[in-house]
Design a protein around this ligand. Sequence first.
Ligand code: DGJ
Length: 729
Amino acid sequence: MAIRYCEESRSFQLDTKASSYVIGVVDAEGFVGHAYFGKKLGADDVTYLMRTGENPFTPETNARDRLSFLDSFPMEYPCGGVGDFRESAIVVRSSDGHRGLQLTYDSHQIFKGKKPLEGLPATWGSEEDTETLELVLVDKALSLKAILSYSIFEGIDAVVRSVKLINESQQPVLIDRIMSASMDMDNREYDKILLHGSWARERRIDRTPVNYGIQGMSSIRGEEGHQNHPFMALLDKTATEDAGDVYGINLIYSGNFLTQTDRSQFDSVRLMTGINPEGFCWKLNPGESFQSPEAVLVYSAEGLNGMSHAFHDLYREHLIRGEYRNKKRPILINNWEATYFNFNTEKLLDIARQASQLGIEMLVMDDGWFGNRFDDNRALGDWFVNEEKLQGGLRYLVDEVNKLGMKFGIWLEPEMISPDSDLYRAHPDWAIQIPGRTAGLARNQYVLDMSRTEIQDYIFDLISKVLRSANIEYVKWDMNRPLADIGSYALTAECQGELYHRYVLGVYRLQERLVTEFPHLLLENCSGGGARFDAGMLYYSPQIWCSDDTDAIERLSIQEGTALIYPLSAMGAHVSDCPNHTVGRTTPFETRGYVALAGTFGYELDVTKIPEEDRNMIPQQVAMYHKYNDLVRTGDYYRIASYQQNHMYDCYMVVAKDRSEALVTFIQVMGRANAHSRRILLKGLCPDKTYRIEGEERTYLGSTLMQAGLLVGNLWGDYKGKLIHIVEA
Ligand code: DGJ
């Protein structure tokens, strides 16, 4: 890992483990261009790739065709309004209403380590394992300064980027658009991968060609939502899971985003990501600065699996924080699908008593314990224990659960307010609404204006009292509706365009307080399932509830899409009861366990009511989790076969970092008549090492398992699964 500046070629080369990223400065004006991102280079100068030696040349050679230059040069951070007619990374309005900006090179700094991003989640690193380049660009006409920041990490093929805009003028400016990263590349007939979805169908993989014009994804829901994801991969048409060039981009942010490509007349592709400009306008007063969220760029020459490994390693080692980052999580049982709102102390203790005997380690009390929350029509904001349900109070319940040897966790939805709540009756102006317009409800609730610190503090006070009132060791932080009717009673008219982003900053501030004041708490984020499963939230919580769809077969696709970017250690996954509450499907209990094993693992059912043979299987599943979780949490994940694509079966494996052990999960979704065994080619093993399959006598070379493969016999029935544990002999 190294960042080098070459005075002669005026270029910066950022070398990661296996990739290089090259930026060049050209022309007397100092335009900053993107030269290269790909397989690691030697010391050669590659700034010729910016094509300044061919028509239309740079303005100092050919001022007459300045616009042709601006419209074709691979700008590192393209500005709007002055002649680059492709999509801009930044658009600023001056105090006299004009939109025009040209940021050019001023200076730079290279240093060890990395600065935090004020108020925002971001990757972190030490002086030993991280290096940063800060490129300072200026617009002399507006006296604006932009600091483009790039960091790289030891052993990881990722470059993280962000932008800080500083107003050094005497006048305010309005920021209409500020992307976190933009990258111009030659198109090589790329495909793109996006993740789309819906409630209970999150993060489905969609691969299509990169066509001309603008294509991408965005959200205007105040979070990324179930529907869209702040991620895109550009990959060679021939790229597969294991081979070929892949570029991945992901935004560390939990609000409205835009991720897009713009394929130009000259077959260049501009890839960018950042805050969605729709609904955004930020007033930057003299002396103030605006910090963009951070974007992650990954290049892999080893196909999609290589890209996933880079994201997983970066997020596990340089994003997720706290006590549980590298720790096995307690196996929990959550009462949501067991009871919904219909529970009391006795019911919860019944579940806990039974669960503790089976080896389950934590009881999580979900929605419905507070105010007069007997259904989802009321009480959000009234964070006081409902003693009608919790007879004896929260402390009694938690103590009783602790006496069983179990931990206790609680559900909260701090960002919300029900119209039928004491909080709303006292403070109707605390909800996000547009005055004079009846705000739309979703799940019969409004969103609290988390841009206001007095509201953040009020809510924090309430929830911290609850958390201090008993031995609560886990919080599930839910968020069950998108933002709409976007108006704040506290912002001036010209600053209303700041609300979406200020809301996200407010949520981040609250979660930062929570993890700082309760450092031993295990936090799990959630948003109506997986509507806010993003890298921003991972900075605060090491795990996120993946989806409200707990059906093992649906989960194969949801978890596959999620694991394209996020480590298995982050994916909230539970075994639930059947017929499944979302799709009505009945799958074997054993298979539900195998699929949940690829995440944090837990239960979401009434353990006192499930069939006895299922209940009897729980101790084995608990043992299975304890046996494999270290490997699953810390290893390299490889996709082998995708049910989403083949409609028959799914297969993936996790290999220990030292290649001494691996676990293959094979799920035969549809049974087949008169079928031979399937041949599965394993991945990631050491070719020269000798391995043994647990339970079998013979040994195999790693190369045999990867090239000749294994035969997995046809299983009898649908939805059947199998684990194959491979150990070094
Ligand atoms: C949505 C979550 O995803 C569920 O797990 C559950 O907590 C409900 N909200 C409770 O309202």
